[in-house]
Write a protein that binds this ligand. Structure first.
Ligand SMILES: Nc1ncnc2c1ncn2[C@@H]1O[C@H](COP(=O)(O)OP(=O)(O)OP(=O)(O)O)[C@@H](O)[C@H]1O
Ligand SMILES: [Mg+2]
Length: 254
């Protein structure tokens, strides 16, 4: 089982959107998926309800909702013991409560979605430092999850300014809590999500693969498989593959 926790102390950077994209990709690739909505706003759980009501959901996805850290740990234990889930996605709130320690340690991979702005990089560094300090106090630091910054809402043609920010990000040092811990460079996941209408449709309606299937039911031949949906589906698949590559120790570097 691959457990991915979405985490960023800044709200609105795309945690829930990335969670929806990962679940869409997992489901359409035949993985047995589950999610835990650990954000008090209940954004992801409400999305699942909405999708189910509209018939754009999958029975193969198990849904859990709790903001109680202990309960999250129990659910993860239970799922791991039953051994019937391939992908578990945990969505968290845009803050840094102490519960985030738990949401982090149960994960194999922590994804921190950011948009290309200086202020997003700063908060991503804050999130990374939070985890870095955790690593320092964890009993066995080698058991700590992988951490990757993930670029969200990327323009289809990145501007010069965008590229400069990406370069700056790649060179940004993540400073540990004391001098002995040395420096680490923030690592960026080798897959991105572009700014796309399809992700807003996914948000409104449900799983991407089901949105496409529904569209194809009524569309005339030439209008089936529209690019705006298939491109998003391909991108979400790549995102999921990059996550599996990181957690499996593979190469996700671009
Ligand atoms: N790649 C994208 N393309 C288009 N719209 C996007 C994309 N990513 C996010 N959005 C939109 O931006 C808004 C905020 O995204 P989202 O809810 O995923 O952020 P969040 O990090 O979960 O926020 P919060 O901290 O409030 O939970 C949503 O309306 C979402 O539809
Ligand atoms: Mg959210």
């Amino acid at each position: 089982m691959l457990t991915i926790t979405l985490m960023n102390q800044k709200g609105g950077a795309g945690k829930s959107t990335v969670a929806r994209a990962l679940l869409s990709a997992g489901d359409s690739n035949g993985l047995r998926c589950a999610f835990i909505d650990a954000d008090q706003t209940g954004n992801l759980a409400r999305w699942a309800m909405r999708a189910a009501e509209g018939g754009l959901w999958s029975d193969a996805i198990d849904a859990y909702q709790t903001i109680d850290a202990e309960e999250v740990a129990e659910i993860v234990d239970e799922i791991a013991t039953e051994n019937n889930i391939d992908l578990l996605v945990i969505d968290t709130a845009g803050d840094a409560s102490r519960d985030h320690d738990v949401f982090a340690v149960v994960a194999d991979l922590i994804l921190c979605p950011i948009m290309l702005s200086r202020s997003d990089i700063e908060t991503a560094r804050g999130t990374a430092n939070f985890l870095y300090r955790m690593k320092d106090r964890a009993e066995d630091p080698s058991q700590m999850p992988a951490f990757r910054i993930m670029l969200n809402r990327v323009a289809s043609r990145p501007s010069k300014g965008d590229r400069e920010i990406i370069d700056a990000l790649q060179a940004t040092k993540l400073v540990g809590p004391n001098e002995n811990t040395g420096l680490e460079v923030m690592q960026i996941l080798g897959a991105v999500l572009q700014e796309r209408e399809a992700y807003k449709t996914m948000d409104r309606e449900g799983l991407l693969g089901h949105v496409l299937a529904r569209h194809n039911e009524t569309a005339p031949g030439f209008a089936k498989h529209p690019k705006h949906l298939t491109n998003a589906i391909t991108e979400a698949d790549k995102l999921l593959a990059a996550c599996f590559a990181v957690a499996g120790g593979g190469h996700d570097d671009r």
